[in-house]
Design a binder for this molecule. Sequence first.
Ligand SMILES: Nc1ncnc2c1ncn2[C@@H]1O[C@H](COP(=O)(O)OP(=O)(O)OP(=O)(O)O)[C@@H](O)[C@H]1O
Ligand SMILES: [Mg+2]
Length: 248
Amino acid sequence: MSHHYLRFDNVHYRYPNGCEALRGVSFCITHGEKVALVGANGAGKSTLLLHTDGLLLPTSGHVVVGGVTVTPKTLPLVRRTVGLVFQDPDNQLFMPTVEEDVAFGPVNMRLTDEEVEVRVASALSAVGATELRHAAPHQLSGGQKKRVAIATVLSMSPSILVMDEPTASLDPRSRRQIISLIDSFDHTSLIATHDMEMVAELCRRVIVMKDGAVAADGDTASVFGDSALLEECGLEQPCRFRSVSCCG
Ligand SMILES: Nc1ncnc2c1ncn2[C@@H]1O[C@H](COP(=O)(O)OP(=O)(O)OP(=O)(O)O)[C@@H](O)[C@H]1O
Ligand SMILES: [Mg+2]
């Protein structure tokens, strides 16, 4: 069985305060698919993503990564497969320098010094952050932090890349760079985002969430072509899918 696949089976999740953030989520993403996860604020996207590498475990139901069910016992294996970029980069960066943050995963994988150096240089270059290598992460701008957070995950060469709002707070050039990077990642990826134009450009499939459940799951053209569904889910139809042009 491919280690690049990701499956949710009827996943429910209730936060300790009683908020039921996931209500019976099921889907399967197969090898090489690039899937977008969209939904209004509070729909449950981040909660869902935190289940992909076991940072949260279902209250009921199962999450399966490459044939392995996510449980406390399988976490090390699951985390070697899934690379998760958090919504807030401050949750991902904790070392004194960017270089040490990006090296953290490869060092823990017990790679040689030479291999670690190759991984760090290539991950920083992929996100256009080579010049930030010796900077202190807490002194970076929001967009710079976001790029470095992505590099900390890329340096571990995950088979499944999971990103929570990868283009949030990026300037147009950095956004373009991250879009190209995701485009060139030819393994499985799941991307939660409000950047509907990016979804239209990158993802053939989109999962729409509403109130903790999957409201739609299908090819991007048909989901984004359904203006009533999008409105019902509190989303805006991307320009290129509107029947009446809005782009001049
Ligand atoms: N740590 C938490 N404790 C309790 N409830 C939480 C916690 N984190 C999120 N929630 C609740 O779970 C629901 C889903 O939140 P989640 O962060 O998954 O939404 P989201 O789709 O990622 O939203 P956004 O687009 O704003 O990032 C919301 O009702 C939220 O208030
Ligand atoms: Mg979120």
